[in-house]
Design a protein around this ligand. Structure first.
Ligand code: PXP
Length: 244
């Protein structure tokens, strides 16, 4: 099972101050050293966290693989084609949303004049990039993803993650069915969104799922587990200055 860490929210913290720390590229190296099989970032059109320069630096420094999440904006697709990350995961994007709210509406994408999604997929595929589509765990979405020639689908785990423990069986069963169906259709199965230390295991146990993408929960945990040593280090510096 591949486990990719999404470091977007390291950049969220940096952008809150428009400072140069914390650096998502340094964080990516630490994640790799700790056992992540890949690094995921989402270059959003509004650049609210990850910036173009972060993606350029990650493309040069990641030693595992880089999974770039993106929408179909020609500018970002062009950047991806030039940087050639290992994988591009297409996601829907709305400026007002706090985070990605659902999977791609592939029926609407196929009906869109000029089919920007298909064109973007073709462009990146020609650049040698593996293509994944972020979709809801829905049979029709799986069928359409296969029709579009995606290599993989990332199943949106948000409904499962958002359910109380007693209501989890139904969305979990949907994920299990979608994973089996996707595999039958020849797709590689990924999953992610909203996964935490408390809810990851039933999804990690789905046999067809070969890649998990997890971000917010890991960055949140790292702040709490890291704040003690960070305060101690500052305390020691202050005390040493007074002792001179
Ligand atoms: N997968 C996709 C396609 C996403 O858009 C995101 C969020 O950027 C994630 C996984 C990670 O979600 P979370 O931060 O909730 O772990």
């Amino acid at each position: 099972m591949r486990f990719y860490v999404n470091v977007d929210h390291v950049a969220t913290l940096r952008q809150a101050r428009r400072a140069d720390e914390p650096d998502p590229v340094t964080a990516a190296t630490v994640c790799e050293q700790a056992g992540a099989n890949g690094i995921t970032v989402h270059l959003r059109e509004d650049r609210r966290h990850i910036q173009d320069e972060d993606v350029r630096r990650l493309a040069a420094s990641v030693r595992t693989v880089l999974n770039l999440e993106l929408a179909t904006s020609p500018e970002i697709v062009g950047l991806a084609a030039g940087l050639r990350p290992h994988q591009a995961t297409f996601v829907p994007e709305r400026r007002e949303e706090i985070t990605t709210e659902g999977g791609l509406d592939l029926k609407a994408e196929i009906a869109r004049p000029g089919e920007p999604l298909r064109r973007a997929m073709d462009r990146l595929r020609k650049a040698g990039i593996r293509i994944s589509l972020f979709i809801d765990p829905d049979p029709e979405a799986i069928r359409l993803a296969a029709t579009l020639g995606a290599t993989a689908v990332e199943l949106h785990t948000g409904d499962y993650a958002g359910a109380t423990v007693d209501r989890r069986p139904q969305p979990l069963a949907r994920l299990q069915r979608a994973a089996a169906l996707g595999r039958q259709a020849g797709l590689a199965i990924h999953a992610g969104h909203g996964l935490t230390y408390r809810n990851v295991q039933p999804v990690a146990a789905i046999p067809e799922v070969e890649e998990l993408n997890i971000g917010h929960s890991i960055i949140s945990r790292s702040i709490l587990t890291g704040i003690g040593p960070a305060v101690s280090e500052m305390r020691a510096l202050i005390d040493a200055a007074r002792a001179r």
